[in-house]
Design a protein around this ligand. Structure first.
Ligand SMILES: CC(=O)SCCNC(=O)CCNC(=O)[C@H](O)C(C)(C)COP(=O)(O)OP(=O)(O)OC[C@H]1O[C@@H](n2cnc3c(N)ncnc32)[C@H](O)[C@@H]1OP(=O)(O)O
Ligand SMILES: CC(=O)C(=O)O
Length: 533
């Protein structure tokens, strides 16, 4: 299917409005990488920043013009304000900077609420309209395509519709292609906003765009409502980054337009790239991806409730609003206290375990999971411990790689201020009784070191296994007033990562349980690899 071409604009403002989010500070190199990623998706316009206002943005446009940014799909847009009140447009340094940026498209921001014109700009409506018309005409005369961002349009239209419309008319008289209605304070709700958009389209016949801030958490809904009311240009930011509560999220807007409204606003091959690009852009912004983000979050198609899983077992479409792979995401089944037999059966499939014809083992595993979770265990993030539990129910596990006789950990607070932990483990491995002692900077570190020392000569794969991450959570609501500790251990052997869990009233024992599962899981895989080779 071909895209809608110029008849519908996907306009990205991550590099300008997205950068207005608290905590984001793109370097010029970051901006170039972001622009390339957005271009690879096939968005029509990339607003690169405000040249003349921010030195980094000026440099970004200079580097883009010098060949550092070759865009295959998008056109680069420079953002800026109209000339100042009472000034001559060709003498306005900010306007000149827009031309100097050499961007083929310019988006001008202009006031469209009479209160802002009079109180913030300290001018009158006639001069404000002249500022808009002069600036658009000047830039169009210099060969630029111009869009007008009508700031505070919805509030302004409600307060004084004639003024708001006069601003739009001035832009179009000057030669603007699109007038973008901005919900700058983000206070709109979909129904009212779509009525205004429809009204403006009907009264003016202008090409209308939409720009929504997310202060009512309705930016995406408002954007879609605007499109349904006649807007043909949507301004969005990656992952909804933006001033205050953010902007309309590009990925949700595009996801909705393509999969719900059947509008091919991006090239067909871009849709499965949404998740990857969203996460890559989060990385560059130095913001952890929102796991619950619609369409692209890692939890967007993660199912926890047993009833959901039982229907998904019949047909995944019953509980997924789209095929997750259509947007490059994937479905996951989570096993927790909310699991039923179907959840465990589906999870088992992920591990290559067929539980469908083992109803007793399945029911017993469900019971065990519920009991353990009630005692503070959590399998949601500990797939490796869950796999061991399921295989244990099916009596599929070989005996563990070693057997513990005992361990002891001591903590030594020395007179020189050093605190050293020492652990001794006595284990039986490969038919031998082994005793090993090691020091560490904490009790768990010492225990891990002692265990490795004891096992390494007997388990050839152990030298590749490392602890990647160690998370501790104190669960104060378990067992009345006694707190229990939950430890999650993430391990790696350089090729794959796996997570195990341990729970106990004693943090060292909780850690020990998680460590033992980690090694048992690796031993299980090593044995399977041996059989497979
Ligand atoms: C809704 C939006 O998010 S629009 C994007 C907003 N982005 C930014 O503000 C980030 C970049 N901004 C900047 O770097 C600076 O604010 C600048 C360079 C634009 C201006 O800096 P300064 O000249 O020091 O002015 P300052 O920021 O204090 O005030 C803005 C001026 O622009 C005027 N102004 C505001 N909107 C407009 C407009 N649409 N058209 C013309 N002038 C405007 C204000 O009245 C004020 O003028 P004054 O100095 O005569 O009072
Ligand atoms: C232009 C813009 O960012 C706004 O009105 O919110």
């Amino acid at each position: 299917m071909t895209t809608l071409g110029d008849s519908f604009h996907v306009y990205d403002t991550t590099l300008r409005d997205g950068a207005q989010r608290e905590g984001i500070s793109y370097s010029v190199n970051d901006k170039l990488v972001v622009a390339r990623l957005l271009d690879s998706l096939g968005v029509g316009f990339i607003e690169g920043g405000w040249p003349g206002a921010l030195p980094k943005d000026t440099e970004f446009f200079a580097r883009a013009a010098a060949g550092d940014l070759e865009l295959k799909h998008a056109q680069l847009v420079a953002f800026g304000a109209t000339r100042k009140a009472g000034a001559k447009v060709h003498e306005d340094q900010q306007v000149r900077a827009l031309l100097d940026s050499r961007a083929p498209v310019v988006t001008l921001v202009a006031k469209s609420d009479r209160r802002h014109i009079e109180r913030a700009l300290r001018t009158d409506v006639a001069e404000n309209c002249a500022m808009v018309k002069d600036t658009v005409r000047f830039l169009v005369g210099e060969g630029r395509r111009v869009f007008l961002d009508a700031e505070h349009f919805f509030d302004g239209y409600a307060f004084d519709p004639d003024t708001a419309l006069r601003v739009l008319e001035s832009a179009v008289e000057g030669g603007a292609d699109v007038v973008v209605l901005c919900d700058t304070n983000g206070g709109q709700l979909p129904l009212g906003l779509s009525r205004t958009v429809a009204d403006v389209v009907a009264r003016t016949g202008f090409r209308v765009g939409i720009h929504c801030q997310d202060d009512t958490s309705c930016a995406v809904a408002n954007t879609i409502a605007a499109v349904q009311a006649g807007a043909t240009h949507v301004q969005c930011t990656a992952n909804g980054y933006g001033e205050r509560a953010g902007n309309a999220d590009l990925f949700a807007v595009v996801g909705n337009l393509v999969t719900k409204l059947g509008m091919p606003v991006l090239p067909a091959e871009s849709l499965p790239e949404l998740t990857r690009v969203s996460h890559a852009l989060a990385e560059i912004a130095n913001i952890a991806p929102d796991t619950h983000q619609a369409y692209v979050g890692s939890s967007a198609f993660a199912h926890k409730a047993g009833l959901h899983a039982s229907a998904i077992k019949v047909d995944p479409e019953l509980y997924n609003h789209i095929d997750p792979e259509a947007v490059g995401n994937g479905m996951r089944v989570l096993v927790t206290e909310m699991a039923g037999r179907a959840s465990l059966e589906l999870k088992g499939r992920e591990f290559g375990i067929d539980l469908a014809r083992k109803p007793e083992a399945l029911s017993s595993a469900v019971r065990k999971v519920k009991e353990l979770e009630a005692g503070g265990w959590s399998f949601e993030a500990a797939d490796a411990s869950l796999e061991l539990l399921l295989r244990g129910e099916l009596s599929e596990l070989d005996s563990p790689p070693f057997a513990l006789e005992s361990y002891r950990v001591v903590l030594d607070h020395r007179s020189d201020g050093l605190i050293v932990s020492e652990a001794t483990v006595k284990v039986h491995v490969a038919g031998e009784r082994v005793i090993a002692t090691a020091e560490g900077n904490g009790p768990v570190h010492a225990l891990d070191a002692a265990l490795r020392k004891a096992l390494l000569p007997h388990l050839s794969w152990l030298d590749r296994v490392e602890l990647n991450d160690y998370k501790v959570r104190i669960l104060t609501d378990q067992h009345g007033t006694d707190a229990v500790t939950r430890v999650l251990v993430e391990s790696t052997d350089g090729e794959r990562e796996w997570t195990t869990v341990g729970v106990h009233g004693n943090i060292v024992e909780a850690s020990w349980l998680a460590l033992c599962d980690a090694l048992a899981h690796k031993a299980m895989r090593a044995a399977a690899d041996l059989v497979g080779s």
